[in-house]
Each structure stands twice: as C-alpha cells, then as structure tokens.
Write a protein that binds this ligand. Structure first.
Ligand code: FAD
Ligand code: HEM
Length: 395
C-alpha cells in the first residue's frame, strides 16, 4: 500500500464543501474509534515502523520521546477527525506545515510517514480496515500532507525556518510563573493572540508552544508568561534555569485567536492560568487600534495567589474605560471571587452582542466553548486554538 503526496490539496476530503460528514470522514472516524482505546500501542508501532524503515529520520526527533511521541500521530488523528471543517483544518495545517520547517522536514519525508501510518492502522484497526477505509485514509493523508508541504514551500520564500532569540528579561511571579522577554536576531512578525514554539538549549529538538504576552512592539522584543509544570521539561527550564544572555530558538507564529477588527461586537475574553497572556496582547492590540469596543476579561486561576498578572490587568482597566477585568478563583467558592470560570461567565451574561475568545488549559477551553454558546454567542463567533490543543491535551 502507498500513501502518495501528489495531487491537488484542495480536492478530495479537504474542501469538499459538503454538509455533514463526508463518506471519507465517516470511514476515517470508524477507524479512529476502533484504535482509540489502544492508541498507545498504535503509536509505538507507528514510530517503530517509521524508524526501522527510515533510520536516518530518527535523528530529526528528540532523543527521549516518552511524553512527546504521540504528538505527530495525534495530530494526524486530529486532522482526520476534523476533515469536514475545511477552514479551521486548512489554517491548522498551514501552521503545522510552516512549523515543520524547523525540524528539517522535506516533502520527500511525507510518504515515509504515510507508509508507517497505513501499516500501523492496517495492523490495529482490524474490524474497520479494508480497501475502502484504506483509500479514504490515503486521500486524507495526501491532502493533509500536500497542504503542509505547500504552506512550507510558500513560507520558505519569505521567512527563516526558525529565529534565535536572546533572553533579555526574566521575572519570577507567583504560581511558578516567569515573565520572559526575548530579543529575536531578526524581525519577528506576528499578531496579538498568536503563539509560537520554543526550544531551549538544555533540551535540543524538544519544542513547546507559548503564547505572545504582548502586542508587537516598536523595539521588536517579545514576551511570554511561562508556568513551570511539575516534571515539565521545557517549562521548568524556562522558569528555573533561563537567565538573561541565554539564547533560545523560536518557530514561526501560528494560531487564529486574533482580534477581528472588522467586527463591531464587544470582546468577551476568558483566560485560565497563563492563558491570560495572549489576552493581554489582545487588550494592547485593541488599545492601539483606536476603535473603542467593549472588552470584558475573565481571568481564572485555582488560587488567588495564582492570579499572577492581575495587578497589570487592573492598571490597564484604570487606563481604558472600555475594559473590564474580573478575576475568578475556583478553589475558594466562598471567596468574593470564587467559582468555576465557565459558571462565572454564564452568570454575568447574556453575551449575545460579543465575540468570544478563549485561552487556557484544553479542558477549560472545552468547557468554556459550551458556556459561551449557552450564554448566547454563536459557535462561529468563538475563537480559540482548540484544534491544535487535542495534541497538547494528550501530552
Ligand atoms: C497553543 C498553546 C499555547 C500555549 N501557551 C502557553 C503559555 O503561554 N504559557 C505556558 O506556560 N504554557 C503554554 N502552553 C503549554 C506549553 O506548550 C507546554 O505544554 C507546557 O509548558 C508543558 O511543557 P513541558 O515541556 O514543561 O512539560 P512536558 O515535559 O511536556 O510534560 C511533563 C508532564 O507535565 C504534564 N503537563 C503538561 N502540561 C501541563 C499543564 N499545563 N499543567 C499540568 N501538567 C501538565 C504532562 O502531562 C507530563 O506528565 C501552550 C500550549 C498550547 C497548545
Ligand atoms: C501529515 C503529516 C504530519 C502531521 C499531521 C504532523 C504533525 C506533527 C505535530 C502536531 C507535531 C507536534 C509539534 C508541532 O506542533 O509542531 C509534530 C512534531 C514533529 N514532526 Fe510532524 N507531522 C507530519 C509529518 C511529519 C513528517 C513527514 C516529518 C518528517 C520527519 C515530521 C517530523 C516531526 C518532528 C521531528 C517533530 C518533533 C517531534 C516531537 O516534538 O516529538 N512530521 N508533527
């Protein structure tokens, strides 16, 4: 069996424009449902096949892949799962394709990954696999790959594969958070609300996503809010080890949670933990844009001490009459600010006249979408980067 990468990426399962799940999407979902309970085994087999048949590709991946190994595979599943949501999927895949340049991924690597994927699926999806399912997977993988390859090729004409950036500021905050400021070695274009990937010198080839915590600045500096998670490789290194003078690498910007300046609606922004970082960048963006639109920010954390950037938000609230900031603390229901973030948002609604923006841990985003819909915001006016977060949620 073969998984080619030729053909027109916008034909086939991506971009069919058909309502409801297409035939291919149904076949693919059936395979996914079958392998979901044994996805760990499928992933291990997939990588074993990939590296046995292509030993040269092993060095492109991190030395230890225990926690990270299923990201590539999970993304294939995420993309296959979302085959009928053309716009979101294309945006996601364009970002992934651009992001893969930093790994040294070339078009000729895609068929190898496709072969390993098909071999793993054939072995484990015994009940749902067959000529029709295989043909659907080949079409989907071909379209997914081609979208990524095209996006990478286009990006090559105008951008480096990665940027070096020197740490110029490192400030510890409550809740194991550090606010880190870096200076890229060449101009770094991005939009408020987006995120990038970061590699530290201490864990080569291990990249993690971090959101920009400020709007693009005239001095070109970028800032991030990083929370050290227990046993976390990159976050712990950035919070506990990084110091001014250290040099990290940045991938290209990605993400669609940007302010729609053509909309007249207010902005309802819900940020949990360091998910508040891109929302801070968005507040600066709205302030700079000059058109005064109501902006309601909910900042959630488990404990009051973890509202590490509340003072800065309260300062912004004083400065801008159109901005309102409400802290919410989930572990202290009796506290004046107590409660679950989605409940607090619903209680303060309705929000029919607002566009919704959500950022934070995947579980919070998932619940937040339901809350915003029930508070009157149509799903198509809610922005978040959930599609890529399925990957993070599994890590
Ligand atoms: C689009 C996007 C934007 C992001 N923006 C930010 C940001 O601005 N600031 C920020 O701090 N993080 C952000 N993250 C999360 C970040 O990418 C990493 O997942 C996080 O820093 C952990 O990486 P690590 O290498 O330290 O942990 P890993 O080595 O990957 O994980 C080690 C262990 O920690 C667990 N773990 C992973 N993440 C968490 C978590 N959040 N809470 C508790 N346990 C966890 C894992 O399950 C694993 O057991 C973002 C993620 C996405 C997808
Ligand atoms: C349709 C095909 C593919 C999809 C959907 C996909 C998806 C992903 C995703 C989501 C990640 C996690 C980090 C990120 O967001 O950048 C990743 C990491 C990676 N991918 Fe891909 N990928 C594909 C093909 C390839 C190919 C052909 C290569 C070639 C070697 C490759 C090499 C890598 C490497 C080296 C990493 C980093 C590994 C890690 O962090 O564990 N990918 N991929």
């Amino acid at each position: 069996m073969t998984a080619s990468t030729g053909g027109d990426s916008r034909r086939g399962p991506i971009g069919t424009g058909r309502p409801g799940p297409s035939g291919d999407a149904q076949l693919i979902r059936r395979t996914l449902e079958e392998i979901e309970p044994i996805s760990g085994q499928v992933t291990s087999y997939f990588y074993a096949m990939l590296f046995v048949q292509n030993p040269g590709m092993r060095d492109m991946f991190p030395a230890a892949m225990d926690a990270q190994r299923d990201r590539l595979f999970q993304a294939l599943l995420t993309a296959a799962d979302a085959l009928d949501d053309t716009l979101a999927l294309t945006e996601y895949l364009d970002g992934l394709g651009r992001g893969h340049r930093k790994y040294g991924t070339r078009p000729e690597h895609y068929p190898a990954v496709g072969e390993a994927l098909m071999t793993a699926l054939e072995r484990y999806a015994v009940n749902s696999w067959g000529p029709e399912a295989e043909a659907a997977w080949v079409r989907a993988y071909t379209a997914i790959s081609q979208t990524m390859i095209d996006a990478a090729a286009e990006d090559e004409l105008r951008s480096p594969a990665w940027w070096k950036a020197e740490v110029v500021g490192h400030e510890r905050r409550a809740g194991n958070v550090a606010v880190i400021t870096v200076r890229p070695d060449q101009p770094y274009p991005y939009r408020a609300g987006q995120y990038t990937t970061v590699e530290t010198p201490w864990w080569p080839r291990v990249w993690r996503h971090y959101s920009f915590a400020s709007c693009p600045r005239p001095d070109g500096l970028l800032s991030f809010h990083v929370k050290a998670v227990p046993t976390g490789w990159v976050s712990t290194a950035l919070v506990n080890r990084a110091r001014p003078g250290d040099v990290i690498r940045l991938g290209p910007p990605a993400g669609s949670m940007t302010v729609d300046h053509d909309s007249n609606s207010g902005l309802l922004c819900v940020g949990g933990s360091t998910g508040i970082a891109p929302i801070k960048a968005m507040v600066e963006d709205v302030a700079r844009h000059g058109r005064r639109r109501l902006m309601e920010v909910f900042f959630g954390a488990r404990r009051e001490a973890e509202l590490y950037d509340l003072d800065a938000f309260l300062q912004l609230e004083k400065r801008h009459q159109w901005l309102s900031v409400r802290p919410v603390v989930s572990d202290s229901p009796a506290h004046a600010l107590g409660g679950e973030l989605p409940d607090a948002v619903i209680q303060a609604g309705p929000w029919r006249e607002f566009d919704g923006y959500l950022s934070g841990p995947p579980q919070m985003v998932r619940k937040g979408v339901d809350a915003l819909v029930s508070a009157g915001i149509p799903a198509e006016r809610i922005r978040h980067d959930f599609i890529g977060n399925r990957v993070a949620a599994e890590s």
